[in-house]
Write a new protein. Structure first.
Length: 82
């Protein structure tokens, strides 16, 4: 679980068009809790939210651990309040 996870910026065009989606991103959590080597595994719809996720994920922070870990995480983009 991230200790700090600022949300990605909702792409302006997607918001204007009412587009929602999910991006699955894989990355390494380093021993110090920082994110390394993020890569998009799947995106629905493709190419709409990918860059927003990659731009925000570098700011995510996790609790430090004894070893680095590989993680796969879904990031949802929804225009409705949850």
């Amino acid at each position: 679980m991230p200790s700090y996870r600022p949300p990605p910026v909702y792409p302006r065009r997607a918001k204007k068009n009412g587009t929602e989606g999910v991006v699955t991103v894989a990355f390494t959590i380093a021993k110090d809790g920082t994110v390394h080597q993020p890569r998009i595994v799947k995106a629905i719809p493709p190419g709409v939210f990918d860059q927003a996720v990659l731009n925000s994920i570098h700011a995510w922070r996790f609790e430090p651990q004894p070893v680095a870990q590989e993680v796969v995480q879904d990031v949802a983009f929804s225009l409705t309040e949850k």
